[in-house]
Write a new protein. Structure first.
Length: 394
């Protein structure tokens, strides 16, 4: 499928009002597609519970004497089928729409290759967890949710450490940043914040997207500063510095530790609720017991529904942490004008809505709206007698 695309979401010379209108249209479409995704993510596993799941599980149990082997095969087939059921939506949302709005530079072949890689990674990561779940369901049925919570928390810590060196390179090319002056400036900023890192890297994002990214990826010895080539080519050093300072703020204020602790607690609570759902579903769904792998779609559907319900709470907390990281960046750099310019430029480049409705913000936004972040930079500048960004720049 060929979709006409502009050279970027905010081409040079495009009037600001047109960019804002384009961002509104893009975000509205994304919201509609999110609602479709919510429905489909529940519909597919629920349809399987109408009979196909039980039939497949019975076939696999009859085929092998190893229950864990049956679980492994079932999980693999379920993951592949689930991925295929969402592939048309993923293609439209992740490729067609992104091309239409000038946010994607990726070829169709590259999109499908990344989809296959993502599925393979999901299988590699998910299989040990699912095997642990069904082993504990059989061995310690009353406490399986607690054992699973410990396993999931452990996997989360390991993944955070190895992702920059083992997973991210599967999708993007990384190389040390050659700009010695900018690299030294970023290193000095990290040192001022007290954050250790292993190097400053350039990520080749332009082959797939026109969006700009900066991140501090990994933990301990694998932690690295990563700047996308789209960021390096469009932002000045001051703007890049304040963007990175925001990421450093999360580490300096130990937000990562707080988030891991909160997520672990949420996972435990969710798994406990899932244990109740699973027991209630055994009879009505014709399961052999709570350790019957035919109930896996029930766990997936229930977990998806719970995630939708609690998402606004998680988003509220995330917005608080992001606002704290913004304040940290302003204090660390004392460059509110550069911060405001960078936020506006990111909004235009990534087609972010400057002022979404309050309802949309509560339901979906993990970051404060960009308009509010720019206003906070202005207040900081006035409170500390610092230079503000010119109105024309924001």
């Amino acid at each position: 499928m060929t979709v006409p695309a502009s050279s970027g979401p905010a081409d040079a010379g495009t009037p600001p009002d047109e960019v804002r209108l384009k961002a509104k249209r893009y975000q509205t479409l994304r919201l509609r597609l999110l609602l479709v995704r919510m429905v489909l993510s529940l519909l597919f596993p629920l349809l399987l519970l109408a009979g196909p799941s039980q039939a497949l599980a019975a076939f696999l149990y009859a085929l092998t004497q190893s229950r864990l082997l049956a679980v492994a095969v079932f999980f693999t087939l379920f993951t592949l089928a689930y991925t295929l059921s969402l592939l048309p939506l993923n293609f439209y949302q992740g490729h067609v729409v992104e091309k239409r709005f000038g946010l994607s530079t990726e070829t169709t072949a590259s999109f499908f290759l990344d989809s296959m890689k993502g599925t393979a990674v999901s299988l590699v990561i998910g299989l040990p967890i699912v095997l642990a779940v069904y082993w504990s369901l059989s061995a310690i049925p009353e406490w399986w949710w607690l054992a699973t919570g410990v396993v999931v928390a452990g996997f989360g810590v390991v993944l955070a450490k190895i992702a920059p060196v083992a997973i991210y390179p599967l999708f993007f090319k990384f190389e040390p940043l050659e700009d010695g002056e900018l690299s030294g400036r970023m290193a000095a900023l990290a040192e001022r914040s007290g954050t250790s890192f292993s190097g400053v890297y350039r990520m080749e994002l332009s082959a797939k997207s026109t969006e700009a990214e900066a991140l501090l990826a990994g933990t301990g010895r694998t932690r690295r500063i990563v700047l996308s080539d789209t960021l390096l080519s469009a932002y000045d050093a001051d703007e890049i510095e304040v963007i990175l300072a925001h990421e450093l703020g999360h580490h300096a204020m130990r937000h990562m530790v707080a988030m891991i602790a909160a997520q672990s607690a949420a996972v435990l609570a969710g798994l406990y609720l899932l244990s109740i759902v699973l027991r209630l579903g055994v009879g009505p769904l014709g399961l052999r017991g709570i350790d019957d792998v035919a109930g896996l779609p029930l766990l997936v559907a229930a977990a998806s529904f719970m995630q939708m319900v609690v998402a606004p709470i998680g988003n509220w907390w995330s917005r608080r942490l992001e606002a704290q990281a913004d304040e940290y960046a302003l204090k660390l750099t004392s460059k509110p004008a550069a911060f405001a310019r960078a936020m506006r430029r990111l909004a235009d480049q990534n087609l972010l809505d400057l002022e979404p409705s309050r309802l949309v913000e509560i339901a979906l936004y993990a970051h404060p709206p960009v308009g509010r972040r720019i206003a906070a930079a202005g207040r900081f500048a006035r409170a500390h007698g610092l230079e503000e960004a010119e109105p024309a720049e924001i």
